[in-house]
Design a protein around this ligand. Sequence first.
Ligand SMILES: Cc1cc2nc3c(=O)[nH]c(=O)nc-3n(C[C@H](O)[C@H](O)[C@H](O)COP(=O)(O)O)c2cc1C
Length: 457
Amino acid sequence: MADRNRMIFNAFNIFSASHHDQGMWAWPGSRQLEYNDINYWVDIAQLLERGHFDTLFFADVLAPYEAFSNSREMAVKSGMQFPINDPGELIPALAYATKELGFVLTQNILQEPPYTFARKMSTLDHLTRGRIAWNIVTTFLPGAGRNLGLGGLPEHEDRYARAEDFIDVVYKLWEASWEDDAVLRNKATQQYSDPAKIHEINHVGPFYDVVGPHLSEPSPQRTPFLVQAGVSPRGRAYAGRNAEALFINSLTPADAAPIVNDVRKAAEAAGRSRDNVKLLAILGFVVGSTEEEAKRLHEEITEFQSIEANLAKQSVFLGHDFSQYDPKEPIFEIAKRPEGQAGIVKDLIAMSPRSDYTIGELVRWYGNLRIVGTPEQIADSIQDWQDAGVDGLNVQYVTSPGTFEDFVDHVAPVLKQRGIMQDKYAPGTLREKVFGNGPQLPDEHPAKAIRRAAFGE
Ligand SMILES: Cc1cc2nc3c(=O)[nH]c(=O)nc-3n(C[C@H](O)[C@H](O)[C@H](O)COP(=O)(O)O)c2cc1C
């Protein structure tokens, strides 16, 4: 066991009262309703650092969910990732309250022009002293497109085409605008920087024309640590070229394994080493001092959640509007109808642990799939993910910060003993902590080729 590599552990959260477990903000002891209070977040960040988590990973969405009955009503009622604040605003305060913890900021490429985004990330890289990562998403919410002045959400392929152009702009700004010795800060001559070493980027692309130069001076990592979320074929190719970590949504290690393999191949096809893309899966868990205790708690949590809110949530994530069913209808009845004989509903019915579930109960059960057991059993399951080639996990909370407290106090010690979780931080930037090399992207990364082309290095 001691020869296992350490895995990456991120605490998955969102700047809202509710992330993936519906209604748990009302659970006794949950502090989620304090999400507008900076002290709540400082407590979480310090807890995570005490437990040697790699990062606090912020998801983000730019519209309320409306896939259930073509309406935002249920999402709004249950507080499902709505209301939601801007996580970028939170990170400097959390960096001030911690020394080592990394921060992942999800921002979709439609949200703002690459020029201002590049400055925002450079600012965060300076203020966190190199502990910032960008989770690149192209988003999936029609409402986001409607509100960003795009007249709706561009098609999937078009979003990735934009993402390709967007990332080339930010690479040029981060890597190829300021030379390393452009900043002089010479008090004797009162010369701050050398104009000859600060360059325009003159990017002309299909979506963005940007002259430059970059507004911020080079930050510790220059390019922030690059995470991406997405699993489509186009997403995998994009990750192969760009991502240093890819966040996938597989339910089981067996589902993850082929994706892991595919993404590593995509990295090689882009001229990178297969190990330079870390694969991150999502993990939910409930821990108990005995298996029975954990199972009992898991049952209570599942029962606590409203069936309607779970149907509304899965309408978004499974891409199927569950408002068309009576939630009380038994699945064996639905299985007789065409809707139950194809697609996601057929798959769900096939997975059902009970034949007498209603559709509402089945969807709520599915929304509450997680590892349930003792710390040792949870550690065993985590090892199964590692055996499937997964390098790290985004730990999803049931309650915040309760789940993270349970992880730090009960699960992490077992993982650390087995060598699969770090028990101290490596020095340096987030990139150095994860890869153990320099603070900046490795030479094989395409952003470095852009830099070499610009500077003739
Ligand atoms: C694990 C995972 C996490 C995601 N998190 C977010 C998110 O926080 N915000 C968002 O707008 N989109 C998020 N997305 C959605 C992607 O932006 C969207 O699916 C997009 O189409 C890219 O993924 P694809 O390559 O699978 O199509 C996530 C996708 C996955 C697979």
